[in-house]
Ligand binder design. Structure first.
Ligand code: HEC
Length: 111
């Protein structure tokens, strides 16, 4: 009886662990907060860079254009010049957030 309970617990915890791995990175769940905290200050609506960016970073459509034309990846993952380090207390995005964004882009940048 005890063995059976342990067996069931093991299966349940395996499933839970598996589901966690399967969980997709999405814009709304994982990426938006990073953008809100690190990008919207300059790229948000009515901010000075708004026109150059071509839209609000909180606006998915204008962000999507930058994902599709590669500029988002180019600045955030390749050159790592966004956010500009002189702005962000002398540090850019932390490595784990860059990795998260990279995985998200590689998986198709789901909304
Ligand atoms: C301190 C203000 C500031 C912050 C914060 C900032 N940016 Fe920028 N960003 C700029 C400026 C200024 C430019 C224009 C640079 C240029 O043209 O050389 C720019 C340009 C860009 C471009 C190129 C746009 C295009 O279409 O050519 C991308 C992509 C970008 N930023 C993404 C981001 C992301 C993502 C973040 C947050 C992780 C961010 N930026 C945070 C000021 C900022």
């Amino acid at each position: 009886m005890k063995k059976r309970v342990i067996g069931i617990l093991l299966i349940v915890s395996f499933c839970a662990a598996f589901r966690k791995n399967e969980e997709k990175i999405t814009y709304l769940k994982d990426i938006k907060t990073i953008c809100d905290q690190n990008c919207s200050y300059c790229h948000g609506e009515n901010k000075y860079i708004y026109a150059k960016w071509g839209g609000d970073l909180n606006n998915w459509d204008s962000l999507k254009i930058r994902i599709e034309n590669g500029k988002f990846r180019d600045h955030v993952i390749v050159k790592k010049d966004m956010p500009p380090i002189q702005w962000n207390r002398g540090i850019g995005l932390p490595e784990n957030e860059i990795k998260l964004i990279d995985s998200w882009l590689n998986a198709g940048a789901e909304y």
